[in-house]
Design a protein around this ligand. Structure first.
Ligand code: FAD
Ligand code: SIN
Length: 531
């Protein structure tokens, strides 16, 4: 075990971690740890863009209404107001750190930013850098961080658990243990302030748009540390992931439908009008379920997204990345429809934070996809997540920076020691991952019901226990750490879905198809020791 110290420990190098790091580096020494290469994150793959009211034809009230409406009664109105209010300022901040968004003309005025339209938005308001928005943001923030004298970024450092000192109401987070994957050793990183920015958990499912880093580590670590999590049942399935054996995670942005793309079934029918007045731009849960229904009826594995009626030059200019990738795979999207299927995309629930991103555990903040802040409620409005991640990183830094002095004073002389010390190369987990993926996809997927969920909870309880045992008995490596987390997060999702006996937003229960405001207009909160 190697001892390290920082003022601020930030776990994760997506938009939330990097933005918090840039802000906090003015207050003290920052260490950012990240489990793979520096840019590997959900942020890096974001296509559509960041929702913000920058057009004079749009309004904050309209963005607020759209967010509340998609959230199906569970958003915290005050949080929504603050986040959407901050949108234009945060877009300006991104431009200032060097993000090159797409403009309608050469004037480079914020009011001339090119705006995409996505599902659930009543106006075009998605600021983007063609269809590579996340990559552009990630690169600019990494460059900013590298140039900061107070900040270090440690790649291939996988956080294992949070360090918690004290008992009862004096419990506090004092840093984390991390597995250094290059040197194959465990580091104990002590810090008065820890910011969890570990992103989502798409890898819990067999089919996902998320990269391999998204194994729900932050939620699992916080939960094990006794921090409550909320609304884990609200997993967003993106309707249009490319259906191709050689590109299992590639997203076809919702902005493609915003630009006029039409979903068609096996008979070539444009089916969305049957399901929602907004047709192809209905909220994602509705589009995803409609695709599943049409595929079942037609006996097909996928639906098609048709752009062939749009100008080829427009498609190539507006979606260069999607055009190029599909072309590499033998699909010319200007002439052929794109095969698409829904896939797990975004975790709306997570670690509960207050309005400044602080969790219930003193010394621990959370921002980005790992957090449950009250913005999304039961469903997330498209392109609100980059905005949320940046807003909560910003407010977390604003409250954690000044808290440093207080938290530094009471730091225990000796941080607690970890019981996990053995490092191993052995991992025999393929079978367990398969079981997890099958259970989550078949029983905790887009359509759920009591029997399947109860069965899933039993199986996931066993898998979560096995994950713990493997880490303890076999020893630590990336696979044992990630599987332990993914199995626990799967269990939290299944438990929450079983508990909520209604359909609302992203949770669709075929045995409880109605929304039950009388009993369920509230968050699903879980805390304590599971299983
Ligand atoms: P991430 O960007 O995922 O970063 C998490 C970081 O934590 C990574 O660096 C990861 O390596 C690290 N990490 C995780 N666990 C550990 C650990 N145990 N130890 C150390 N490091 C760890 N949202 C939008 O608003 N607009 C879009 O257009 C959009 N498009 C998307 C397209 C795709 C394909 C995907 C997958 C998502 C998209 N989203 C979009 C969602 C959005 O990208 C994410 O919600 C957002 O980027 C999350 O940012 P984050 O900083 O919280 O997490
Ligand atoms: C997309 O481009 O469709 C993704 C947008 C999002 O997830 O918000």
């Amino acid at each position: 075990m190697v001892d390290e110290h920082a003022d601020f420990l930030i776990i994760g190098s997506g938009i939330a971690g990097l933005w918090a790091a840039l802000r906090l580096a003015d207050h003290g020494r920052v260490i950012v740890i990240t489990k793979k290469d520096e840019a590997e994150s959900n942020t890096n793959y974001a296509q559509g863009g960041i929702a913000a009211v920058v057009s004079q034809l749009d309004s904050i009230d309209s963005h607020l209404r759209d967010t509340l409406s998609v959230g199906c009664g569970l958003c915290n109105r005050r949080v929504v107001r603050r986040v959407v209010d901050a949108g234009p300022r945060l877009v300006r901040d991104l431009i200032e750190v060097g993000v090159r968004f797409t403009y309608r003309d050469s004037s480079r005025k914020i009011t001339n930013l090119d705006l995409g339209l996505e599902g659930g938005h009543s106006a075009p308001r998605v600021v983007h850098a063609t269809d590579l928005t996340g990559q552009e943001i990630e690169a600019a923030l990494l460059k900013g961080l590298t140039n900061h004298p107070n900040a270090e970024l440690w790649v291939h450092h996988l956080a294992i658990d949070l360090m918690v000192a004290g008992t009862g109401s004096d419990r506090r987070c004092v840093g984390a243990w991390a597995f250094d994957r290059y040197r194959r050793l465990i580091r104990q990183i002590a810090a008065p302030v820890t910011v969890l920015a570990t992103g989502g958990a798409g890898q819990v499912y067999r089919h996902t748009t998320n990269p391999e880093i998204a194994t729900g580590d932050g939620v699992a670590m916080a939960f094990r540390a006794g921090v409550p999590v909320a609304n884990m049942e609200f997993v967003q399935f993106h309707p249009t992931r490319l259906y191709h054996p050689k590109a299992k995670r590639f997203l076809i942005s919702e902005a493609v439908r915003g630009a006029g793309g039409i979903l068609r079934n096996s008979r070539g029918e444009a089916f969305m009008a049957k399901y929602h007045p907004l047709r192809d731009l209905a909220p994602r849960d509705i589009v995803a379920r409609a695709i599943v229904t049409e595929c079942r009826r037609g006996g097909r594995a996928c639906a098609c997204l048709d752009l062939t009626h749009l100008r080829p030059s427009f498609i190539r200019r507006r979606f260069p990345n999607i055009y190029r990738r599909c072309r590499e795979l033998g699909i010319d999207i200007t002439r052929q429809p794109i095969p698409v299927v829904p896939a797990a995309h975004y975790m709306c629930g997570g670690v509960i934070t207050d309005a400044s991103g602080e969790t219930e555990l003193d010394g621990l903040w959370a921002s980005g996809e790992v957090a449950s802040t009250g913005l999304h409620g039961a469903n997330r409005l498209a392109s609100n997540s980059l905005l949320e991640a940046m807003y909560f990183a910003d407010v977390a830094a604003a409250s954690a920076g000044p808290a440093l002095r207080r938290l530094r004073q009471n730091l225990p002389a000796k941080p607690p020691r970890s019981k996990l010390a053995k490092v191993t190369r052995i991992a025999r987990l393929k079978h367990d991952w398969d079981l997890l993926h099958d259970t989550m996809w078949d029983e905790v997927g887009i359509v759920r019901e009591q029997h399947g969920l109860a069965h899933a909870v039993a199986r996931l309880t066993e898998l979560a226990r096995r994950g713990d045992r493997r880490l303890r008995d076999d020893g630590i490596n990336a696979d044992t750490i990630e599987f332990r987390n993914a199995a626990l997060v799967g269990l939290l999702i299944a438990k929450s879905a079983l508990t909520r006996t209604e359909s609302r937003g992203l949770q669709f229960r075929s045995d409880y198809p109605r929304t039950d405001d009388r009993n369920w207009k509230k968050d699903t909160v879980i805390r304590g020791v599971l299983p």
